[in-house]
Design a binder for this molecule. Structure first.
Ligand code: LLP
Length: 441
């Protein structure tokens, strides 16, 4: 295959072809990495993670008032080292559980820059987060407002809070991640009056400092102008609350959601341009409403880590059922990447040690679990004689793979290896069989 034909299959520009016919990722030979660290293996391109953070930081600096902050949504991929990187890049974080809070805290992250999400924080969660010094709570419902007030009152403290609203926007992404609609499980709909009533409730609490609002309209979003539309709805609502309640919100968190390329057919989003466009709409809306431009937060997860990730597997069996279907089986599967099983997500899958060879075989790339749904991708082009021992790379796996991984079939979770300009290091160790039985009595 010609170099340009091979490159045409690549979804991200940190993939290249080595002179030895191997796939290189972040400038390193993936076949050599598979041999060094074993498979299945998650790779993360640290330089790319930092670059993605800097894109957000630069856009925020150019477009938004002092104090505005992009927050990395750790649900995309959380472990200690990634929180250290976020601290070094001067990012805030979005945390959704005590587990994420604990991990970030263990990494020494400054929890004042953490926003605590979730639609059902228990009383224990609220207390744990306050103990950890979480900066801002994103209250999802009236029960939570009261729980935060009660815990803060007990401590004689004042807790900063923003309220999650549902602006009533359909992003036309897949249903599992389409969260901005009025009937969402998250937040308080503006259209039903619930947003206004939770604002009144929060303002009436003695130990809550209400800063503003949050919305998150969805994930893997490419739709042209949804963030602009959300910004208009939110600012207009904020102006209305000032008129009606005399409350001037100073913080608006627009959530996460920008889409990434899983295949070369996916569109390319220029995050800097996107943010500039949202900021123009936002400022114009503020001017029209004579409302002071608030500090802005966003919560990118996928667009920080997805294209920094790649998973390596070793091929076991090639099964050809003539006239029907072909299967390439690998040594991982739905436990390390459940996204096809859950959402039928697209992925680019490549034979990493034979990247320059013609691909005349079409096969389903399947895992090793005792379940037919254990599929990574269907209709993948592979070399006709792909065989046991070949290495398969699945691209763009940095988000929602490790964080959603399980031990189904008692398979240990893979290691995460970070790639830097000077080499590689283990950021998360491979699970062992002892780890698997550690909690068994
Ligand atoms: N903020 C909130 C409140 C969220 O719910 C999410 C994602 C984010 C930020 C980050 O969104 P991102 O920039 O990553 O799109 N497991 C699914 C994705 C679920 C997303 C949930 N919320 C998947 O694998 O596609």
């Amino acid at each position: 295959m010609k170099a340009n034909e091979i490159a045409a299959r690549f979804p991200c520009d940190n993939l290249t072809v080595g002179e030895n016919g191997h796939l290189f990722f972040a400038g390193q030979d993936t076949t050599a990495l598979a041999a060094q660290y074993g498979t299945p293996l998650y790779l993360l391109d640290e330089t790319r993670i930092r670059k993605n953070c800097r894109t957000y930081k630069a856009a925020f600096k150019a477009c938004y008032p002092e104090g505005s902050l992009p927050l990395y949504a750790g649900k995309a991929n959380a472990f200690k080292q990634i929180y250290r990187i976020m601290a070094q890049e001067d990012m805030g974080i979005d945390v959704v559980s005590c587990g994420e809070i604990y991990t970030a805290k263990c990494a020494g992250f400054d929890m004042r820059k953490a926003f605590f999400h979730g639609n059902n924080k228990t009383d224990a969660d609220v207390a744990f987060a306050m103990d950890a010094g979480v900066g801002v709570f994103v209250a999802d419902n009236p029960e939570e407002v009261l729980a935060i007030e009660a815990e803060a009152a007990k401590r004689g403290a004042t807790q900063k809070v923003i309220l999650r609203l549902t602006p009533g926007i359909d992003t036309h992404t897949y249903a599992a991640v389409n969260t901005g609609k009025v009937d969402s499980k998250f937040g308080n709909a503006i259209a039903t009056g619930q947003a206004e009533s939770i604002t009144k409730l929060a303002l009436a609490q003695e130990h809550i400092a209400l800063l503003g609002y949050h919305c998150h309209i969805g994930s893997q979003v490419f739709t042209e102008d949804v963030f602009e539309r959300a910004a208009v709805i939110m600012i207009e609502f904020m102006a209305e609350m000032r008129r009606k309640l005399g409350f001037t919100a100073t913080l608006l968190n627009l959530g996460g959601g920008y889409g990434v390329r899983y295949t070369a057919d996916d569109p390319v989003l220029d995050i800097g341009e996107k943010i500039a466009s949202v900021s123009e709409t936002l400022k114009a809306t503020c001017a029209r409403a004579d409302f002071p431009v608030p500090q802005i937060c966003m919560e990118p997860g996928r667009s920080i880590v997805a294209d920094a990730g790649l998973t390596l597997y070793t091929v076991g069996a090639l099964k050809q059922i003539t006239g029907y279907k072909n299967y390439v089986s690998i040594d991982g599967g739905m436990p390390d990447n459940p996204r096809f099983a859950l959402y039928r997500s697209s992925y680019t899958c490549l034979c990493a040690n034979r990247i320059a060879e013609d691909c005349s075989l079409t096969a389903s790339l399947v895992g090793r679990c005792c379940e037919s749904g254990d599929i990574i991708q269907e209709n993948v082009p592979f070399p006709a004689d792909i065989q046991r021992g070949d290495i398969v790379a699945v691209c763009t796996t940095g988000a929602y793979n490790y964080s959603m991984a399980s031990n189904y079939n008692r398979l240990p979770r893979p290691a995460t290896v970070m790639l830097t300009d000077s080499g590689s290091y283990i950021a998360v160790k491979r699970e062992t069989f002892e780890d698997l039985v550690r909690l068994d009595v």
